[in-house]
Design a protein around this ligand. Sequence first.
Ligand code: AMP
Length: 426
Amino acid sequence: MLVPEFQTSPGMRDILPPESARWRRFVEVFAQVSEAAGYGQVISPLLEDLGVFQRIGDATDVVTKEMYDFVDKGGRHIALRPELTASVCRAFVQHRPLTPWKVWYTGSQFRYEKPQRGRYRQFDQVGIEVLGADDPYLDVEIMALGWQFFRALGLSQVTLLLNSLGEPADRARYVHALQAYFEANLSSLSEASKVTLQKNPLRVLDSKRPEDAPLIAAAPRIAEFYSPLAAAHFEAVQAGLTALGIPFTIDPKLVRGLDYYRHTTFEYTGGTLESAQNALGGGGRYDGLVESLGGPSTPGVGFALGLDRTLIACDDEGVFAPPVTDVDVFVVDTTGGLQALQITDQLRAAGISADRAFENRSMKSQMKVADRSGAAWAVIVGSNELEAGEVVVRPMRTGDAHDSTQSGQTTILRTDLLEYLQKAMS
Ligand code: AMP
C-alpha cells in the first residue's frame, strides 16, 4: 500500500471502532463509580495559561521538558494541559465552589515524551480530586473508588502501593538527609541520577537504573522522619484500607515527583505490564497548589488513571472486551432504497437500532452486508413485498452466518413490523 502523505504525528493515535466504543464505556464506568459517591464532573479547557502548570513545580520533567506550549495570537503564553490537577485547582480558585468540592474528570493530556507501548504524547486519563477536606478517611475513600473501578472493569491483578511523605517539614528533613546520603555515596550513583540529585533528591528514588538499586535500597526511609501528626494520619489511612478489606503494600520509595504532595501518596500497578509502564495511575494528598494559584490555603487529594495502560492491563487479563455495538436490524431493500430509508427511520425512532445498505445493490450483496453487520434480524423488502404491503423478517443469529436456507423467516404486514420486532426482542 502506498504510504499516505499525512499520518498521525509520533505519539498520537486514532482510536477507531470498535476500540473507541470501549474507551467510551471505560469513561462511563468511571462516571458511574464516581457519581455514585457524590462526585460531579468537571470539564476543563485543553489549554491553560502556561503559569498554571508551572505552579506544579519545576522539578518534574512534565513541566520542564514535556510541555506543549506556544504563544497565541493574543500574545499569551499557553500550554496544552499535561495533567488535570492544576486545572481543577485553577477552576476552584476561579469559581470558589462550596467545600469539600468533589469532582471527577476525563480527557486527553499532552506530554512531549518518547513514544513507546503505553506511553504516548496524547493520552487519556480519568481521575478525581477533592478540595477543601483534610481527613485521612477521604484519602481512603478515593483509593477505594479507584479500587472499585478496577473491579468494575474486571481487573483482579492490580496492586495498591502506599506511602506517606509526612508533613512538609518532615519531608524537608528527609530530603536533606537523603541528599547528604547520596552525596556521601556519589561515586556509586549513575550519571543520570547525579543530575537528578541536584534538582530533586527525592526523584533519585524513582530511578529504575540497576546500578542505583543497591544505594536506593539502603537509603534512609521517610518513616524515620514522620512527626506525630503525620504518623497518625498514615496510621488512620492504613486502618481505613484494612477496614474496607483493600490490600495494600507500603512502598517507602513511592515519593512521586510533584513538589506539592504531602501525607498520602499511592499508586496502582498492573500485574501484567512491564515494570517501566506498569503504573496504571496514582495520586495523593497535596497542599499549597490552590494557594499558589491565588486561592485560600486549601488541602487537596486526588488521583489520575491512565486509560491506555489500564486497557492494556485489561487485554492482558482478558477482561473488559469492547462492547457489542451491532445493530438489531438490517434492512435489505431491492426496490431502490426508499423503503429502507423509511423503515430504518421508523425503527430508530422507536428505539430499535437499524442499518441498511446503500447504492441499490443486488439482494445477494445486501445480504452479505447484513451478515457482516451482526444484526439479529434482516427485514427484507422486494417488489412483491412492496406491492403487497408486506416485509420478510429473517432471524440472522442462527449460528451459521452463511445459512441461506431462509429457515425461520416469516412474512408479515409492514404495518405490524414494529410490534413484531418489539415482541421478538423482549
Ligand atoms: P501521572 O499524571 O504522571 O501521575 O500519570 C498518571 C497515569 O497516567 C500513569 O500511571 C499512566 O497510566 C498515565 N500516563 C502518564 N503519562 C502517560 C503517557 N505519556 N502515555 C500514556 N499514559 C500515561
